[in-house]
Design a protein around this ligand. Structure first.
Ligand SMILES: C[S@@+](CC[C@H](N)C(=O)[O-])C[C@H]1O[C@@H](n2cnc3c(N)ncnc32)[C@H](O)[C@@H]1O
Length: 252
């Protein structure tokens, strides 16, 4: 199993997840932040299909989306002509030092191999007083759960390795010399499907997210068979999802 999927394979269908849940809590946080800070140059690292940057781009003079996957950038380019797109790596952001007012990422920190290099690179590229934000989730957080981890072998163990805890990120922000650290909950994604309702859940499709996209067909179908067997044995079985989305911000 690879540690990250090839996003170019899932880029054409990636935005379907936002039809299922537009994640209004994250939208509100980003809009409020931009209105409050009035940044001129904003960079989204790991922008994917540009879902987030296209929500705030009208409020900003220069919007830039950076991503490692050319397939994701190809989808992103369809969203707006006012966003500049750059193919590059978060670990070495390809811009001049002190060039951005706001740098943020959503649901991508778990994919970055060297998180220290990414956070240090973001610090360098920010102007004095600039803001850096990491938005995401820690699936190991107490009280969070996701049925995918129970039914698809290896996904929990892999996520445990990939996703940093918020305490780890706070230490990294402090080491990089960010100040005014703020960690807040933006929204809690919660759902519960009973028995065969689970087959209507978008997130059991193979290309719906990185966890299942990384499985080979054998492992994926093994998980689907486990779900089918579970529903057969207990038609009232509850498949639970509780994922807490948070934002950690710091000022240079
Ligand atoms: C889960 S997707 C999230 C996309 C987008 N931020 C969103 O929330 O819709 C993660 C994205 O991060 C990108 N990515 C992963 N590692 C990266 C890296 N080291 N540098 C830049 N982009 C990276 C992937 O190509 C992918 O587009």
């Amino acid at each position: 199993m690879n540690n990250n999927p090839d996003y170019s394979n899932i880029s054409p269908t990636y935005n379907k997840r936002y039809q299922v849940n537009p994640l209004f809590g994250i939208q509100k946080y980003l809009i409020d932040l931009v209105v409050k800070e009035n940044p001129q140059t904003v960079l989204e690292v790991g922008c994917g299909t540009a879902y987030w940057i296209s929500i705030i781009e009208k409020l900003i003079k220069h919007s830039i989306g950076l991503d490692l996957s050319t397939g994701m950038l190809k989808e992103g380019k369809k969203s707006s002509k006012n966003i500049s797109f750059v193919n590059g790596n978060a670990e070495c952001i390809p811009f001049h030092n002190k060039s951005c007012d706001l740098i943020y990422c959503v649901n991508m920190i778990h994919q970055v191999g060297d998180k220290t290099r990414y956070i240090t690179s973001a610090f360098e590229k920010l102007k004095t007083d600039g803001i850096f934000v990491i938005i995401g989730t820690d699936p190991m957080e107490k009280n969070d759960e996701w049925f995918i981890h129970k039914f698809f072998d290896g996904t929990y163990e892999l996520d445990k390795k990939r996703f940093p805890s918020w305490n780890y990120l706070i230490d990294q922000f402090n080491t990089a010399c960010f100040s005014e650290l703020d960690l807040q909950t933006l929204e809690i994604i919660e759902s519960r499907q009973v028995g065969k309702e689970i087959f209507d859940n978008y997130f059991i499709q193979k290309d719906s997210g990185s966890q299942l996209a990384m499985l080979d067909d054998y492992e994926y179908h093994k998980g689907i068979n486990k779900i089918e067997q579970c529903v057969k044995n207990n038609p009232r079985y509850e498949f639970a999802t509780k994922i807490t989305m948070k934002a950690l911000s710091g000022r240079k």
